[in-house]
Ligand binder design. Structure first.
Ligand code: ATP
Ligand code: MG
Length: 332
């Protein structure tokens, strides 16, 4: 089977963008590939964070992924900082990465603007660490949201550079998108992001979600209930497409364009449909974070050990090719 690798940062709770843009694919594809999913805490320390909160966030994120349907048997879910190879390989890749390529990255420019007071080298080097994450396991398929496609392309470049300089070692990976690769935030202005706070979290209660959805922006031209709306200009319509089945979607589209239904009714229907996806996730989370907490932790420990073994093999090969093998070891 081909190798699938992907990651998610412990920077906050999993939201609808993560779920419908990426995690749903991870669940769907896990039987078809040798799947590695990493909670990428080494990426998360590139923006301001509270060290005392990090262990809890890592555990919660891993538990949420299992609650979303990641299978303990079929997927190797692990915590990035427990496998030293990620940082080791990053350093080696740094030496073949032109600085200009990193300065051009869209995510770097966005996060530099968002965290202007604390921009660090790690934020610039983020795509190199991501390339190391994927290539350490010789990942070929990388299911991500649209915002990460540029980083996957960059990973391909890194593999090409490495292979041409040191000999054929790494595969050229492909990004894999869902049918909704860019879910917008509640403000409708930017993509939904954990670090932007414009999210609907998959573990939030029905009331918490309704409190966010009820006042959310809709088509700005639809001022009165009697004004016909344009669904394509409405963020709630884009959310409907995530969870509402086809026949009902058509009713809502028609209802909006003829002023047959109002925005609040439309939002109530979205909320009800969303709960059909989220209720079981919330229930599974409660079980996994309660009685089954020890099982999750044991699984993460065992998976990290397995990843360390795979990573060690890749590092041996890479260091050998780069001439980082000791002469006395070669001779013996
Ligand atoms: P942060 O704001 O800390 O960067 P994030 O919400 O962007 O957090 P990540 O951990 O960076 O989440 O990304 C995890 C996965 O979710 C990636 O594959 C990413 O492409 C995908 N993803 C993130 N946001 C969205 C979105 N709004 N729509 C679709 N996919 C998304
Ligand atoms: Mg992100």
């Amino acid at each position: 089977m081909k190798v699938l690798f992907t990651g998610i940062q412990p920077t906050g709770d999993i939201h609808l963008g993560n779920y419908f843009g990426a995690v749903a694919n991870w669940v769907r594809l896990q039987g078809d590939y040798t799947s590695y999913i990493s909670v990428v805490d080494l990426h998360a320390v590139t923006i301001p964070y509270e060290p005392a909160e990090m262990p809890g966030k890592v555990r919660e994120l891993a538990t949420t992924l299992y609650a979303c349907g990641i299978d303990m048997e079929r997927t190797t879910l692990f915590v990035q900082s427990e496998v030293p190879g990620h940082a080791d390989l990053t350093w080696l890749f740094n030496s073949i990465t032109p600085l200009g390529e990193l300065e051009r990255m869209t995510q770097f420019k966005d996060k530099r603007d968002q965290f202007r007071a604390t921009v660090n080298v790690g934020l610039l080097d983020y795509p190199v660490l991501q390339a190391a994450d994927i290539l350490l396991y010789k990942g070929e398929v990388v299911p991500v949201g649209e915002d990460q496609v540029q980083h996957v392309e960059f990973t391909r470049e890194v593999a090409r550079h490495f292979n041409s300089r040191y000999g054929d070692t790494f595969p050229e990976c492909q990004a894999l998108l869902t049918s909704t690769p860019r879910v917008m935030g509640l403000d409708g202005d930017a993509k939904m992001s954990k670090s932007k706070g414009n999210t609907i979290g998959v573990l939030e209660t029905p009331d918490q979600i309704w409190a966010k959805v009820a006042p959310a922006k809709t088509d700005p031209a639809r001022v009165r209930r009697s004004d016909p709306g344009t669904p394509e200009k409405c963020n709630i319509w884009s959310y409907h497409k995530l969870v509402t089945p086809e026949p009902e979607l058509k009713l809502i589209h028609d209802g909006c364009t003829t002023a047959g239904i109002g925005c609040i009714d439309c939002k109530k229907r979205f909320h009800a449909n969303l709960m059909k996806t989220l209720d079981p996730i919330r229930a599974r989370y409660a079980e996994l974070a309660g009685d089954r907490r020890g099982e999750v932790e044991a699984r993460l420990e065992a998976n990290a050990a397995r990843c360390r073994a795979v990573a060690a093999e890749t590092m041996l090969e890479v260091k050998g090719k780069m001439g980082l093998k000791k002469v006395w070891k070669i001779q013996s």
